[in-house]
Design a protein around this ligand. Sequence first.
Ligand code: NDP
Length: 284
Amino acid sequence: MAFIIDGKRIAAETRAEIAAEVAEQKAKGVTPGLAVIIVGENPASQVYVRNKHRACGEVGMYSEVIEMPADTAEDALLARISELNADGRIDGILVQLPLPAHINEERVINAIAPDKDVDAFHPVNTGKIMIGNPDFLPCTPAGVMVMLEKSGIEISGKKCVVVGRSNIVGKPMAMLLLGANGTVTVCHSRTKDLAAHTREADILVVAIGRADFITGDMVKEGAVVIDVGMNRREDGKLTGDVDFASTSERAGAITPVPGGVGPMTITMLLRNTLTASKLHHGLS
Ligand code: NDP
């Protein structure tokens, strides 16, 4: 039976470290601040935004939730972002995705000042990740890296396979593993004989959005398996992209869903907001 990598515990530990740093900054008269914009009333987005707001409060940060109606014009959203770019209380700006269909996501992301882009989706920040000199790391892949580090899992020289190539998870995940000297293969929906690749992995990261897709027979004995997936089953239960029952029989270590990668994502948003605040105030 695999070692279970406890995302809740690691997230709590990391948040305590962040809270201590926030307290140090506040003692110097600086409070890190995050603005989260939500357009429309997508219930899942509302939950995510509430969680982010609450998490900021718990580590002592300032945060604002800006709710805009679903029929908000793109120009009005861009104008609001421009105000926040100039607002000294705000170190980080996050626009909750997805946006309503009439708004161009790319234009919106590009309007956020790169030094306040705590999701690290702006092309300036994705470019900095590519050249290995980032200010911020995208929250989910960054969370995976912290989980590996805090679990004492060595990446250097390991064969790493990332399944999924989205701009939010798969691609930056591959870059971070490469930056840590892993030998990285990226698989996607057109990959031929996926199992032949996944079976080679010492570290397997799965982010595809398909419930229980990776099964034990697709995994090497003793591998580290990181399940980024978050899928709702018909019975309403949350499940990952990895079939936990069969995979945990073969893996050396595995993240559960829920309680694995999920709790790390907001934690890394807090870390990025703190980093932005330090950059803005010349603190380190
Ligand atoms: P996307 O839908 O943007 O990307 C999915 C990727 O998986 C694509 O690259 C796609 O390939 C690939 N893929 C789909 N089907 C297969 C298949 N059968 N075999 C191999 N590759 C396949 O998803 P995201 O990256 O945004 O999210 C992935 C999962 O992670 C989702 O379950 C999401 O909910 C979860 N997630 C969890 C977070 C957390 O905090 N824990 C945060 C963000 C996401 P192609 O490019 O060829 O289409």
